[in-house]
Design a protein around this ligand. Sequence first.
Ligand code: GCU
Length: 603
Amino acid sequence: MLHTSAVDPFAHLHDESYASRYEAPVLGADGLIFVEGRSTLALDGEWRCTLDPFDEGLRQRWFADEPTPPAQWDAPRDYDSEGGRRVAVPGCVNLYDPTWLHYEGAVWFSREFDFVAQAGERVFMRIGAAAYQCRVFLNGVFLGVHLGGSTPFCVELRGVRNGRNRLQIQVDNSRQAGRVPMHHIDWFNYGGIYREVSLVKVPHVFIADFGATLAASPGHNRLRFDMTVSDAADGVGVVEIPALGLRAEIEVRGGVGRIEVDAVPVLWSPENPHLYTVHARFGQDSVSDRVGFRDIRVDAEHILLNGQPIWLRGICVHEEHRDMGKRSSEGTERAMLEDARALGCNFLRLSHYPHHERVARLADELGFLLWEEIPVYWAIDFASPATFRDAENQLRELIRRDRNRASVIVWGIGNENEDSDARYAFMSRLAAVARQADGSRLVSAACLINREKFMIEDRLAAHLDIVGINEYFGWYEPDFEGLSTLLGNSRPGKPVVITETGAEAVAGLRGGRRDLFSEDCQADIYREQIERIGKAPYVKGLCPWILYDFRSERRQTGYQSGYNRKGLIAEDRRTRKAAFDVLAAFYRDRAGVSHEGRGLTPP
Ligand code: GCU
């Protein structure tokens, strides 16, 4: 049945403003609910899935149809919510069917669920991530729209019924110039609901956000807690850390409360990833989290963790798996961290977008430091206010999601963005957003070098704690001496981390040091890079590009076949290349240096 005006059943064919009815309410950071320590109802599993490249679902209001067997239809339909392909959620649309690999556009997911409402309770749905634009419909009613392909969002299921409910979610992964990232990227554009979907029941007034961190104090002997509760309520919250014998009350006014208390926690570090169970209550609501307390700051050209200088032995990773796409599991995440450990890493750059929240939890548990970032990547539409709102919201969702993760030490606000006044305004505002949302971490970006002066210099650095630099001397720029010149010319006055360098190699292809795409060429470039980087006094970390080969449609030579081959391990996540051992040897040496006088064996 075409749900259009009673007069003309074909009006939708001529209405190009059809999407405007579904641009609000916008779901974003302020709508997130603190979920740690809560029981949730998983909606993962079998959903129905229908591709919709022409946006018929919104044009014809597919969501309005009650699911009925075709034999009962009183008019022809173009969509059957119960007739779509059965697929597993979480999952990537592109891997549901070999013919869908390059699909970009709208997809409709639907399923039914039974619900029993309790008096005084509210119910929200939380989606861990859906790429890229996501609209939610419950029982034929549009509830809201979310932008951003890698951060969680919540929507209150107003109108949920006792008994059977119909949930429909439209997800659109089309690449667009005004999105974040925009339409030109060097990774695969997976679409779909690729992280967990769950229902969260909360009391009428509930804890929407809760933070626990080490307060800024020289002796590392004060903790800060803050609590945000729904509906701007007033009252008294309670925080407890049994292992510290700590109990404190938080005065909440207008929905917000903050307190600092004296305490002497065992400080978290990669060598000693000590976590505390923290409980928080307000009214009828209670949550809990596992939190490590540590201090991260910069001092001149040093990065200090708990007051001690550190050197970041890193590696970049994409969230991409040959067989699972952008979906990950605890197993793949643990295996990735084991590979990073084997490499000798104490640091990972989760590029170029927020990875699954489990990765930061595992890093808390296993002792890794993390750089997390939003996909302000390459030529973003820096002049667009809507693009800024999208980037800002993704940054605030990421910070709200991972603010209690000790492992996260850097918020990355961009990657390889050419300098312009619009870019400078856009990203300096983003840096301010990060500091306002969370003053306890460092802010950085992967910057480009100043080619005119051939220096590490970017006016954005004034707003950054660490200057990230991407450089590919030896690969895209064959002359290694350029790196020596660059490092010798530069006086950044703050810590620099080489946030990308590397070269492509086909696993198993051997040759001479200048045989491009051979393992020997990649290994030689790592040796030459390490030789120079290791001597620069203000370089306090190295994060080569990248741990695993990954899909990218920009890479179409016979060596690449749709893969970017800069991995130190092939896309099978088993076959190591010669450069792996070159970097591992360097990190073993560095680990000895950075633990001088501390008597700690590196993790
Ligand atoms: C850039 C970019 C990466 C890209 C890499 C490469 O530095 O940040 O996303 O994959 O170069 O060229 O392989």
